[in-house]
Structure formats: C-alpha cells, structure tokens
Design a protein around this ligand. Sequence first.
Ligand code: CP3
Length: 368
Amino acid sequence: MSKDELILPKDFPELKNDTFLRAARGEQTQHVPVWCMRQAGRYLPEFREFRAGKDFFDTCRSPEACCELTLQPLRRFDFDVSIIFSDILVVPQAMGMEVQMVPGKGPTFPDPLKDPEDLQRLKTKVDVKKELDYVFKAITLTRHKIEGKVPLIGFTGAPWTLMSYMIEGSGSKTHSKAKSWLYRHPEASHMLLKMLTDIIVDYLLGQVAAGAQALQVFESHAGILGPTEFKDFSLPYLRDIARRVKDQLKETGQDVPMIVFAKDAHYGLEDLSQSYYEVVSLDWTIDPQSARERTGGKVSLQGNMDPCALYAPKERISEIVQKMLEGFGTQRYIANLGHGMYPDMDPESVGAFVEAVHKHSRQMNKQQ
Ligand code: CP3
C-alpha cells in the first residue's frame, strides 16, 4: 500500500481563509478573493521542471504529483483558493477511450468517435470510484497538505465540451465534425450527452466525498454553439448536473458551491444565472457591469480579465484590475482571468494581478 492510500478523507485541517467560499455563497467579504484558471501550469519554472520527461496523463494518475503541482502556485502567490491539478479528459478515458497528450499538439484521441455506432465502443456503466479513484486520492491528499490555507476546488469538463473532444479527436478551429453530429444525429448526440452527464454527476459527488470544497464545470466549447444549439445541447445538461449534485449533497446535509464557466456563451448569461450554480464565470468579452445587470444579483460572478493583460506592465495591470473591480463591485465577486494562463506568461505579472485585486478591493470596501 502506498503512503497516500493511508490518507483518508476525514479529519482535514481547519480552513483558515474562507473568503472564496463566502464570495461564492454571496456573503460579505473584506477583500475580493482571487485565483487564475491554469494557475498550476507551464508559466511556472518549477512546474516545467517537475513535469519534464513525464507523460501528462501519468502525472494526472499520480496523487503525489497532482498534490505537488496544485501546491506550487500557492507557495508563490497569495491566491484565495486552489484547484486540483488534473484534466477534463480523464472522463473520456474512464469511458474506455484512449487519449494522449502530444507535446506541441495538445490532447489527441487516436481513435475518435466517427459515427453513432461508435457509441457501442464506450462503457455505458462506468464505475467512477474505480476508474477515477486516482483523482479522488489526489484531492484527499492535497486537502490535507494544503493545511487549511485555502479551499480546494474540484472540476469536470461539461458534456458538450467532452463530446466535442471525443468526436474531433483533438483541438479544432471549426469543431465541424462534432457539430455535424448535432445536426445529423441529434438523437445519438443526446444519448452521448446523457451518458456523460450521468458519469459527471457521480464524478463530482466522488470529488466532494474525497474533500473538494467547491466544484467548477468547464463548458470551454460553449462559444462554438449558437443560442439555439446551446439551449438544446449544453444548457439542459449543465442544469441537470448542478441540480442532481445539489440534491444528492442535500440528502447528507452538505452544500458545496458550484461554478459554471461556459466560455463565449454571451447569449446564455441570463439562463446560466438561473441554473442552480452559485457562481457564473465569465470570459473577457463581457463587460462586467452589463454582466451584473443581466444576472440581476441572482449569482456571484467570477472572471474576467483578458489573460493577455498579464503581458502589460505592472502599473497597467493594476489600472485594469481597478476598472474591473469598479465594474463588478467588491461583493459577490471572485476575481479571475477570462480563461487560462499561457505558458509564456511572466509569474511576476500574476503576483501583480493578485496584489492589485487585494489592495484595490480592500480600499474600495473601506471607502463604502
Ligand atoms: O491549474 C489549473 O487550472 C488546474 C489544472 C487544469 C488542467 N487542465 C491542467 C493542464 C484544468 C482545470 C484543466 C482543464 C482543461 N483541460 C480544460 C478546461 C479549461 C480550459 O482551458 O478551457 C480543457 C479544455 C482541457 C484539455 C487540455 N488539457 C488542453 C487544451 C491542454 C493544453 C494542451 C497544450 O499543449 O497546450 C491540456 C493540457 C494541460 N492540462 C496542461 C495543464 C497544466 C498543460 C500541459 C502540460 O502540463 O504538459
């Protein structure tokens, strides 16, 4: 038995900074909590050094490695929350598909789904506890090793985003293969989306049981759909996931905030704010004030600085942050980027971003 198997999802250290959880639940905070999507990533020299020469998914399958990579950004920056190092594509792997991370190309499925008949290749009933236990172990280990400094977020890809990878087989500009299923095979598409939804619900509940204190659902490919297809093939599944996870958690008296990030789905903002998620995460193409108006105080908001603003000088980052805070206000708000960090970004800019969010939001709260 390895060392981490002796670590159980109980007797976790007491949480010292609950600012993120308070903002997610819509409670008052003294400062705006902040984190960055892909905060554990190749922009950190220590991340590149640790990952060097190792296969990406082997790294995902090692709880000790995931724990170390999750903790790395917390040693450098005053982030208010951490997110477990893993990947959304572990779910298609659990369903029996092969996925490789090809350096310079990104995630690649050697044998993607081509026709509806290919659905028969997938495992219909996935024993999530068995297939994804390595993620649960990583969460439990990390929750202990964070020592209560900040909460730990678990995550999943949303059904449409996973479906599009499973059909495209890799990143795509048009997503035309995956989208052609929506128009040519709507029934098979719904069948696949439903299969994914069932697995995702179990997966998220398993993450909470393992120690995750919040959950984020990444619908990274929402923007490739139009409003009609979004309402048909994405939104119902996003809602179903949140409703079912919340209902089941309620039965055991638990309540874990959930965040939905449907990138580039402007047209869906009102619907997303009424979809059982406490937090709606925004990409950078939405104006903060109009996002507030359109969500009408129903949810907390997260985002949405253009990641490329991190290429600006520190003083400019500070100004951009101040403007963003004025737009969102300092309550019911979690500062973040509008999408993930890029590998060529300077860690010092991340430090400047975090510092600016804390400094300006404290000042604004004092003035109110
Ligand atoms: O710090 C964090 O945010 C937590 C870790 C995390 C990773 N992937 C680690 C990772 C999270 C939350 C993800 C989610 C993920 N994975 C998404 C949804 C978020 C988004 O970006 O929209 C998607 C679409 C994926 C699929 C994926 N995995 C892509 C497109 C890539 C990049 C490939 C490339 O070469 O640029 C990955 C690989 C990946 N996942 C990396 C990291 C840190 C970089 C590769 C490496 O470490 O070798």
